[in-house]
Design a protein around this ligand. Sequence first.
Ligand code: NDP
Length: 239
Amino acid sequence: MTKPLIVITGASSGIGAAIAKRFSEAGHPLLLVARRVERLAALNLPNTMCRAVDVTDTASFRAALKEAEAEYGPVDCLVNNAGVMLLGQIETQDPEEWQRMFNVNVLALLNGMQAVLADMKFRGRGTILNISSIAGRKSFPNHAAYVGTKFAVSAMSENVREEVSDSGVRVMTICPGAVDTELLSHTTSQEIKDGYEAWKDAMGGVLVADDIARAAAFMYDQPQNVNIRELVVAATRQP
Ligand code: NDP
């Protein structure tokens, strides 16, 4: 039987790329979006449409979605994974970085949910899987704006889950602990980056992206009437 379409944002690296590989191995056609489309293409996955989309550009996300649905049928799962983490101290951080994080991590995620929900509700099935963070449940030093975005993701996910549950659509959240990806590299302060790396070393290493991809596949593969609302996945030694 043909498997349904899964859409993954931010699949050009890290957790999104690992989730794309898992769902592709399971036989799903995919729509992968990110700005670095060449990195999406380099994954070289079958039945996969790769589109250069900045998720803050709702029109271009919706256009890619329409194109993929015309090719592969209705989207059954949207993985809202694209995200940025720009750590900084409240007194010195450039407010443009706060804006960027809220645009990508929060507003684009809302737009993504809005783009797929009406059709999922109409069909009485579908899954939205939002990638939050342990930083969506507790705070960390130098994370003021980032934790704000991730607390927002967790809260919005739970709110939308309640709002659409009687239609049969599932909204799920994964809260990863520290995972070895490119996420930290965008922070501008070398001192903060060094501190974060030392914290990771002190716990003897962190997760790899596929640890989160396995969790995503496990959640999605439950029967449609089972919703694992939230899963927190972290290295055993992470405090
Ligand atoms: P990476 O930096 O490796 O990947 C981030 C992805 O997001 C890239 O594919 C990037 O693609 C995409 N992205 C960023 N901005 C945009 C944009 N404007 N439009 C489209 N895509 C965008 O980080 P991770 O894999 O670690 O992060 C994935 C998610 O997991 C994020 O939401 C992050 O907050 C969350 N997370 C990560 C943790 C970790 O320790 N790594 C812990 C907890 C949560 P491109 O640049 O090509 O556009």
